[in-house]
Design a protein around this ligand. Sequence first.
Ligand code: HEM
Length: 155
Amino acid sequence: MLYETFKFLHVLGAIILVGNVTVTAVWKVFADRTREATVVAFGQRLVTITDWSLTAAGIVLIIVGGYGAALTARMDLFGAKWLVWGQILFAVSGIIWAAILVPVQVRQARAARAFATGGEIPEAYRRDSRRWLVWGILATVPLVVAVWLMVYKPI
Ligand code: HEM
């Protein structure tokens, strides 16, 4: 029962995290493409809000649920390869998020506050949007591979 509870929290975290990072990319791209300063700034504000609520909640649930389930079942965290690679992929995604995506988002949020009530969207903002999308996709791929590994456990 305790094991299933941890696993439930873990899977819920994976749904929230992967769901949020993919959907955020879709509506941010569409908001940016309007080229309307107020819409772009609102989209950017939502990136900050959903990151600090949904992304953070997903990360916490994956960690608490994943390690809770593994420890409850007395699994060796460095035994089965699917579990080892799950942790590595999660860490790789987290490093990209913390080292590249968060700084870009902070820079974009600051820029967006300046044009939130209208005005020119600087070229640097658009460059950061492209960078954010590319690195966001690169950070999402390891998470999707982790879901696959955890479900199929081929190794
Ligand atoms: C932090 C490192 C992680 C640990 C310690 C961990 C641990 C676990 C454990 C112990 C299970 C239960 C396996 C079973 O009952 O057969 C599990 C299942 C699962 N994990 Fe992870 N996991 C981690 C990362 C991830 C990541 C990053 C994702 C996806 C974003 C993920 C998605 C899943 C899914 C979807 C399942 C359900 C698989 C199934 O029951 O068929 N895990 N994980």
